[in-house]
Design a protein around this ligand. Structure first.
Ligand code: RFL
Ligand code: PHB
Length: 404
C-alpha cells in the first residue's frame, strides 16, 4: 500500500471537485483529486448549459475564463411560451443589469481539466473501491488504481462525488437528514449541430407538456421535452423528437426550427433533494453530493459553484488565518442558498410542467399564476432575480484575485 499525504482529499472530478482543486491550487493549498471514471468519460459528459454571473466570476477568480470569455454567449433575457404566445422576461432590466452566460458544463469541465494538467496537479482517474474513513478524527481515503492500493492521509475530505457518490453514503444514519421530492416525469434531451431556433432560451408551457429550447453556441442547439418516466431513449427517433417539439411550439418558432441528426440523446429523471447538514467532522459535501435540483431553473451547476466558493474560502481562511470560522459556518451558509434555489427550481417545475394528477382546477390556477407573473413587473422581477442567481459574499476572494 502506498501512503500519500495531502491537506485536502477531493473525491470526484465533476465541476465541484475540479473547481475546488483549482481554487486551492491558486491559494497554494496542497490537495489531490480521486475520481472513479476515466478523464475521457468526465470530459465528455453533457449536462448543464447556463452560468450565473457569480459562477462566471468564480471561474475568472480561478483563472479559467479565457475560453469562456471567447465562446460564452451573454444572455439578457429568456422567453416563456404559454397558451401559444411568447413573453420575454428582460433579465437585465429587471435585475439592474445582470445577465446569464450560455456556456456548456462540458466546456467548464474541459477548461478546468486543462488548467489542472498545465499546473501538473495530481488526479487519480479510474480509481476503484474508493472509501473514506475516520472523518470525525483522523480522516483518510483508500482506493486502488491499476492494481495498486493507496491510502491518502489528509486534514479534510471534500465529498464532490455527485448524487451516487460514496461520501454521503458513508455518513452515519443518525447524523444526517435528507429531504426529497421525486417528480413523475423526466427530460428527454438532444444535442444537434443546427442553429438555435431563437437568440434566447424559450421555456415552453403547453398542454402536451414542457419543452425547452436551449443552445450551446450559435451553431449547436440543445432541446428538451418533458416525457413520462416509463419512456426509453430508444422510443424516441430523431424524427419523433422534432415532431413532438414542433407540437409544443408556437407557429413562428415551428417555422424557424432547423432540425438535424442528434449527436446526443438521453433522459434525465427530475428530483429535488437536500442533505442537512453539509459538514460531518472533517468531511464536507458539495454540489450534487449534497443536493439535487430539477433542471428547470438551471441551478444545479451554479449551486455546485457557490458551495465551492464557500468551501474554498473557508479552507483558505483555515490555512492562511488559522481560523475555523469559515468551516464552522460552511453548512449553514450553503444551505441558506441551497434552499432558495430548491424553492425556485421546484416552483419553475410546477409552473411549467404538466402533472398527470392535476385537476382542471389545478391547471387553471397554474395558468392564472403564470399569467400574473408575466403580466406584473413584480412577478417578472421575482423570476428574473432568482434566474440570474441570488447574490452571496465570499471572504478571501481578494487573496485569489492577487494569486491569479
Ligand atoms: P457531478 O458532475 O456528478 O460529478 C461527480 C463526480 O464524482 C465522481 N464519482 C466518484 N469519484 C470517486 N469515487 C466515487 N465513489 C465516486 N462516485 C462518483 C463522478 O464520476 C463524477 O465525475 O457533480 P458536481 O461536481 O457536484 O456537479 C454538479 C453538476 O454536474 C449538476 O448539478 C448538473 O449537471 C445537474 N444537471 C443539470 N443542471 C443544470 O443546471 N442544467 C441541466 O441541464 C442539467 N442537466 C444535470 C443534467 C445532471 C444530470 N445527471 C446527474 C445525470 C443532466 C443530467 C443527466
Ligand atoms: C441547457 O442548456 O442544458 C439548459 C438550459 C436551461 C435550463 C436547463 C438546461 O433550465
Amino acid at each position: 500500500m502506498e501512503i500519500l499525504n495531502t491537506k485536502v482529499a477531493i473525491i470526484g472530478s465533476g465541476p465541484a471537485g475540479l473547481l475546488l482543486g483549482q481554487l486551492l491550487y491558486k491559494a497554494g493549498i496542497d490537495h489531490i483529486i480521486i475520481e472513479q471514471r476515466s478523464s475521457e468519460y468526465v470530459a465528455a459528459r453533457i449536462r448543464a448549459g447556463i452560468l450565473e454571473q457569480v459562477s462566471v466570476d468564480l471561474l475568472k477568480q480561478a483563472g479559467v475564463d479565457e475560453h469562456l470569455n471567447q465562446h460564452g454567449l451573454p444572455h439578457h433575457g429568456i422567453e416563456i411560451l404559454t397558451a401559444g404566445e411568447k413573453h420575454r422576461i428582460d433579465l437585465s432590466s429587471l435585475t439592474h443589469g445582470k445577465q446569464v452566460t450560455v456556456y456548456g458544463q462540458t466546456e467548464v469541465t474541459k477548461d478546468l481539466m486543462a488548467a489542472r494538467e498545465q499546473a501538473k496537479l495530481t488526479t487519480f482517474y479510474e480509481s476503484n473501491d474508493v472509501q473514506i474513513h475516520d472523518f470525525y478524527d483522523k480522516p483518510h481515503v483508500t482506493f486502488t488504481q491499476n492494481g495498486q492500493q493507496y491510502q491518502v492521509q489528509c486534514d479534510f475530505i471534500a465529498g464532490c462525488d455527485g448524487y451516487h457518490g460514496v461520501c454521503r453514503a458513508s455518513v452515519p444514519q443518525d447524523k444526517i437528514k435528507t429531504f426529497e421530492k421525486v417528480y413523475p416525469f423526466g427530460w428527454l434531451g438532444i444535442l444537434a449541430d443546427v442553429p438555435p431556433v431563437s437568440d434566447e432560451l424559450i421555456y415552453v408551457q403547453s398542454e402536451r407538456g414542457f419543452a425547452l429550447c436551449s443552445m450551446r453556441s450559435t451553431t449547436r442547439s440543445r432541446y428538451y421535452l418533458q416525457v413520462p418516466l416509463t419512456d426509453k431513449v430508444e422510443d424516441w427517433s430523431d424524427e419523433r423528437f422534432w415532431d413532438e417539439l414542433k407540437n409544443r411550439l408556437d407557429e413562428q418558432s415551428r417555422e424557424n426550427l432547423v432540425t438535424g441528426p442528434s449527436i446526443e440523446k438521453s433522459i434525465a429523471p427530475l428530483r429535488s433533494f437536500v442533505t442537512e447538514p453539509m459538514r460531518f467532522g472533517q468531511l464536507f459535501l458539495a454540489g450534487d453530493a449534497a443536493h439535487i435540483v430539477p433542471p428547470t431553473g438551471a441551478k444545479g451547476l451554479n449551486l455546485a459553484a457557490s458551495d465551492i466558493a464557500y468551501l474554498s474560502s473557508a479552507l483558505i481562511e483555515f490555512y492562511k488565518e488559522n481560523s475555523s470560522k469559515g468551516i464552522d459556518e460552511y453548512s449553514e451558509k450553503c444551505l441558506k442558498r441551497v434552499w432558495k434555489a430548491e424553492r425556485f427550481s421546484w416552483w419553475m417545475t410546477h409552473l411549467l410542467h404538466r402533472f398527470e394528477t392535476e385537476s382542471d382546477f389545478d391547471l387553471k390556477i397554474k395558468q392564472a399564476e403564470l399569467a400574473y407573473i408575466l403580466g406584473s413587473e413584480a412577478g417578472q422581477t421575482t423570476l428574473a432575480e432568482n434566474y440570474v442567481g441570488l447574490p452571496y459574499e465570499i471572504k478571501n476572494m481578494d487573496d485569489l484575485k492577487q494569486a491569479s
